[in-house]
Design a protein around this ligand. Sequence first.
Ligand SMILES: [Ca+2]
Length: 473
Amino acid sequence: MRNPIRKILGFSLPAAMLLSAHVQAAPSKPERKPNIVIFLIDDLGWRDLGCSGSTFYQTPTIDRFAAGAMRFNESYASASICSPTRASLLTGKYPARLHLTHIMGGEKPSPKRNLKTAGWIENLPLPEVTFAEVLKEGGYATGHFGKWHVGGPGFTPDQQGFDVTVDATPAKNRQDKNVTQLTDAAIAFMQAHAKEPFLAYVCHHTVHVPYEADEAMTDIYRQKAPRTGQNHTKMAAMIETLDHSVNRVLQTLDELGLADNTIVIFTSDNGGLRHVQEGKQNVTATDNAPARGGKAMLYEGGIRVPLIIKWPGVTRPGSISTVPVISMDLYPTLLDMAGLPPRPAQHLDGLSLAPLLRGGETLQRGALFWHFPHYHSNVATPMGSLRAGDWKLIEFFERNRTELYNLKDDFSEKHNLAAELPEKAAALRQQLHDWRTSVGALMPAANPKSPRTPAKSAVGTSGSKPANSNPTP
Ligand SMILES: [Ca+2]
């Protein structure tokens, strides 16, 4: 048989040389690292978007964005309140491992409480290497816009890898939780760094209390608010304003010609707040149904959050993952997507979601854990939890009591199976205790000033002082 190559060239070349000649003939452009935009929303519940089932809130931009991205239907926050989730996301570690398990300014020990709250740190230690520091080292311009809440003076975003940090200026009569101001700053940053890879970490203060919204927009929702369920008109207006922010940022990426090389992530720091005091009334802030509970609780409503990721050219538009994932997974995921080597000594508790974003269906992980050894107003007492497969166990430390649910059969956590399945409950409880020991979690102590003495076994032995405690206000 005649060699077709020889026929064309008049002489024969080894195949490898031909391949090499071909590659050299068409040099590819040097690959530019993808830009990264992360929206971290405050207190936005898992069902507070049109694409996740809300019929009252209007989020056309985020819904359209989700239709072109991957949505994680079983996404969790690392904690049911702000600061621990934020610290966890930045470091890739469980809040319990960081000993940053409560909010800045959280409830201190009180003689009225049954347990003496565990110690915690309020300032994320500077030796923690945040994902921003790694991206900065990797050549990224890094900007932080909005809420920080993991450290006071000396522990600010510029100390943790952000070149630029802009927070909102509190202003009288503001109508939008400073969403417009922060969006303007993020857009100016993206425009200024359009020619180099950038990370824009947009941490809106919305939709946290106090509720502030444009009156005309609120009025439109007043006309159509249902009597029950999601019906808070200012919340609806705040969510619409948030949608406008996302729209402006995505439009800017289009205008700069960067949309095809920008990873966009949208998520929240904890579940939706269920009730808010307005005057003498306790009204519905948002409704996480069919999930039970809300912010500060370890029921699904307190820890389930939206997570939508668009990795252009990789994620299949409109795809949905049902693998349980958690805030600290974002750190190794970001390094993976940016083509940077992992930092396994840092993001100890996170797993890269890149395999799922590429279309895979599993992650090699046994269970997810939560630890809240504190009190939070009248909503939360000290507790811990784990999810393993379809099983969910919550341990309440005050009463030394557990609740066990099968989320597949009972997503709303209505039927406590702890008494029915004592062996299952005991095994999961042991798994939770073993995990606490493995991460050095701090436990509440008995409160000698309390009129009631808690059951002894509910109180931990890990001590109540954080080992690396830094000054707390
Ligand atoms: Ca929050």
